[in-house]
Write a protein that binds this ligand. Structure first.
Ligand code: AMP
Length: 367
């Protein structure tokens, strides 16, 4: 049995990928109506509840995560026999933007210029050193652009401090990137490594909207894979790990890492020989990794805030529909579409058409 802490859509897709391998799953989350709870048994309670985590650890061989922000203390020294994969050291580094930047630096992975900010004086000093424009981010619990403010001119500083100043922060330069990519990598329990082809990602309002893969030339791929390899080996990692990069004039600048399967890898369900979800499950269960080869030119479009009418999209041959079973809410990821084509040109044409139907604002911004 594999225990999954957090039963969001990532947990759900992990369980759905694992059942055909003959594996079983048990979630912890607040309620059974969560996306994961709809497909596998669930212990209902807080993700930090030591009693429930102890029960999970007693009933499972291995614990993994759907969400990386569980306080590491809650997961330390649990009773029972379960291994924890990915390792808590990787979780700790990914939870705190400062620890994450220091890890990138330690491993010689190029990243933004940054400063830790704990007071208004720190912020002024950081802006003095790094300059404007920049981004002020909460060190913890930021995702999908939440807990961030872009500072373009001195007049923006007071408002951003007012909005975010209560939490420990990080200030970094705003990267005038040409585009954003991610690399999704997996390391098996035996140390075997595999990498998915690079993903080209489009965000709007800090939220991923569109991914296309495979992307990039051999040099970009080599640099991204080297960075991923260093992190995986540094942490003696088991499972899937993702790094998001800005690309400027062909150079990579690491933005952040996620110690888990990633939204930019959802195309792998139909588009790769083994999906990121199956490979994560294989890795944490100690099974051989599967091929990460792409089956064609793939795209993924996120369905955010509300689901569009399903049936006309299903009637479009080759378009795959994924509904996470969540309540609609503005800015919330509710599902995604994928397609796999034999040429990049057809893939792009169809992906943009799908985008125009489900996310007109992003489509207009890209035209
Ligand atoms: P994050 O939550 O840090 O991944 O940020 C979400 C998105 O905001 C990124 O994918 C970028 O599109 C944008 N962003 C965040 N930090 C920066 C930065 N330092 N420079 C440029 N864009 C950024």
């Amino acid at each position: 049995m594999i225990g999954i802490v957090g039963a969001g859509q990532l947990g759900r897709m992990l369980a759905l990928a694992g059942y055909p391998l003959g594996l079983e799953f048990l979630f912890i989350d607040k309620n059974a109506r969560t996306p994961g709870g709809q497909v596998a048994p669930l212990l209902a309670g807080e993700l930090t509840d030591r009693r429930l985590l102890g029960e999970l650890s007693r009933r499972c061989e291995v614990l993994t995560f759907d969400w990386e922000n569980i306080p590491v203390e809650a997961l330390e020294k649990l009773p029972g026999k379960a291994r924890i994969s990915p390792p808590l050291r990787a979780l700790a580094a990914a939870q705190d933007r400062l620890a994450e930047k220091r890890t990138f630096e330690l491993l010689d992975i190029p990243t933004t210029r940054y400063a830790s900010v704990n007071s208004r004086a720190d912020l002024d000093a950081a802006i003095e050193r790094i300059g404007l424009p920049g981004v002020l981010k909460t060190r913890r619990l930021g995702y999908d652009g939440k807990g961030q403010a872009v500072l373009r001119k001195p007049a923006d500083v007071a408002g951003a401090w007012e909005q975010l100043g209560k939490a420990p922060l990080l200030y970094e330069n705003l990267v005038p990137f040409d585009y954003e990519i991610s690399v999704i990598a997996v390391r098996g329990a035996d140390g075997a490594l595999a990498f998915y082809p690079l993903c080209l990602n489009v965000h709007r309002d800090g939220i991923l909207r569109l991914t296309r893969a495979p992307f990039g030339n051999a040099a970009l791929t080599r640099r991204a894979q080297n960075a991923a390899r260093k992190l995986l080996e540094h942490f003696d990692y088991v499972g899937v790990l993702t790094i998001e990069f800005f690309v400027r004039r062909g150079q990579l600048v690491a933005n952040e890492m996620a110690p888990r399967v990633h939204n930019s890898g959802h195309w792998t369900i139909e588009g790769a020989e083994t999906s990121q979800f199956e490979n994560h499950v294989r890795a944490v269960a100690g099974l051989p990794l599967g091929s990460t080869r792409a089956r064609g030119h793939c795209a993924m479009v996120n369905l955010i805030g509300e689901l569009p009418p399903r049936d006309p999209l299903l009637a479009d041959a080759g378009l795959h529909w994924h509904d996470y079973g969540k309540e609609p809410r503005p800015g919330r990821k509710l599902g995604h579409l994928t397609l796999v084509e034999s040429s990049a040109r057809t893939r792009d044409r169809r992906a943009f058409k799908a985008l125009s139907r489900v996310d007109r604002a992003t489509w207009l911004a890209l035209r």
